[in-house]
Design a protein around this ligand. Structure first.
Ligand code: AMP
Length: 413
């Protein structure tokens, strides 16, 4: 199938060709016709499948046609909600790319940065608004955003949106839009709570499942290292010195873990930066753009900060901490081996993370390659240390935890 077969108009076909896309991806093939037919859609697709264009292209097409009607002024007609700022920025960039031969205006609003410039942009009027939930509601409260003309609402990364506690905000935003709107929901996985949300806000949706919920790319070598927790940093340095090359993302479960590892790698002479929820937005963006431009080679991130971010040319992913939610593993390693490239995913498993590995292997229906030949092997017969909490805590985290618990609402990602 070609983009022409999808009946996209000329300005979009031109932009798609200039982006170097030859043919639509599977998610685009399945989603675009349904969106153009004004159906509500629930699509299960991971990042890297081309899902942004799957909603951006038909939205631009519909608004372009609408724009041809007598002038109606610039009102927000498409609203895209993203759980994270980075993803919102990325979606905004995609709309600009695909819409560059139209005169449609898009803008991105998100928290953690000054609201004033965003107010100015909104006052001038936009057709398409990409927003994180909190900042959107803030702007709405200040009467700077009118959602009465929204024809299409997109909820991107819905599972993450709910994991981050945005359910009430999302419902509120949905109610602020007209009842007649078309709603598209995208989610990497469709757990029960996403299903429930879909039931309450979508009308007779068409379902699209592009990849099975838990599949991982065949192009990613998935290596598993059993290693004592105390030796993980040494193992990481050993692999960086001897085998891992290129652009690498290292995932850690907590922002404290991210900061600690960042310092160690810096002290060892690596060009490294990090993104986590406590970093000011400007620093997060700079870290991301420096990494994309290869000014730094290692990016350390928490899952929430990094989810949905499109990074090309990623050679390896290191799961410094094994994720305790198995789907998170699939998301993490989905960042490498994109567009047919090869990639490697390294997972470091300490004694108390073995059960997580088991759940991951069950989910992806695959045994990870255990690498025994390394300098810090774990005694696999040793009994696991029993923690009172379900999340393993290192000495370091314990120290910080009492501090964090004083600030009650502090997020950990
Ligand atoms: P996404 O899943 O939306 O994050 O997209 C992942 C990557 O695929 C991005 O770098 C897109 O630019 C790229 N992409 C999207 N659609 C296509 C296509 N039809 N052909 C080639 N690359 C694409």
């Amino acid at each position: 199938m070609s983009f022409k077969d999808l009946k996209l108009n000329k300005p979009l076909l031109r932009a798609v060709a200039e982006s170097g896309y030859d043919n639509p991806t599977l998610v685009q093939e399945k989603t675009i016709p349904l969106v153009l037919a004004k159906k509500d859609v629930i699509t299960s697709a991971q990042t890297g499948t081309g899902k942004t264009a799957a909603f951006a292209l038909p939205i631009l097409q519909m608004l372009f046609d609408y724009q041809d009607a007598p002038k109606k002024g610039k009102k927000i007609k498409a609203l895209i909600i993203s759980p994270t700022r980075e993803l919102a920025i990325q979606i905004g960039a995609n709309f600009k790319t695909y819409g560059k031969h139209t005169s449609l205006k898009s803008a991105v609003v998100y928290g953690g940065t000054s609201i004033e410039p965003q107010k100015d942009i909104l006052k001038k009027g936009v057709d398409i608004l990409i927003a994180t939930p909190g900042r959107l509601l803030d702007l709405h409260k200040q009467d700077l955003v009118y959602l009465d003309f929204v024809d299409i609402l997109v909820l991107d990364e819905a599972d993450l949106m709910l994991d981050m506690g945005f359910i009430d905000d999302v419902k509120k935003i949905e109610r602020l839009c007209p009842e007649t709107k078309q709603t598209l929901l995208f989610s990497a996985t469709i757990p029960y709570k996403v299903e429930q949300l879909a039931k309450t806000i979508l009308k007779d949706p068409e379902r699209i499942e592009v990849t099975p919920n838990a599949s991982t790319s065949k192009n990613v070598n998935q290596a598993l290292y059993y290693v004592p927790k105390k030796n993980k940093i040494e193992l990481c340095l050993h692999l960086l010195r001897n085998s891992i090359k290129g652009q690498i993302i290292i995932f850690r479960r907590t922002k404290f873990g991210v900061e600690k590892l960042e310092k160690t790698l810096m002290n060892n002479g690596y060009l490294v930066d990090s993104i986590h929820g406590d970093k000011p937005q400007n620093d997060r963006q700079k870290a991301l753009s420096d990494f994309k431009r290869k000014k730094v080679h290692i990016l350390i991130a928490t899952d929430v900060a990094a989810r949905g971010i499109d990074i090309d040319d990623l050679d390896a992913v290191i799961n410094f901490d094994v994720p305790n939610v198995p789907e998170t593993y699939v998301h993490r390693i989905g960042r490498t081996a994109r567009a047919g490239n090869k990639g490697v995913a390294y997972s470091f498993c300490a004694t108390d993370e073995k059960t997580y590995v088991k759940s991951i292997q069950q989910l992806i229906n695959l045994q990870l390659d255990v690498i025994e030949d390394h300098p810090y092997p774990l005694d696999l017969k040793a009994k696991p240390i029993v923690h009172k909490s379900s999340t393993p805590t290192s000495k370091y985290r314990k120290g910080r935890k009492s501090e964090a618990s004083k600030k009650k609402k502090k997020r950990w990602y």
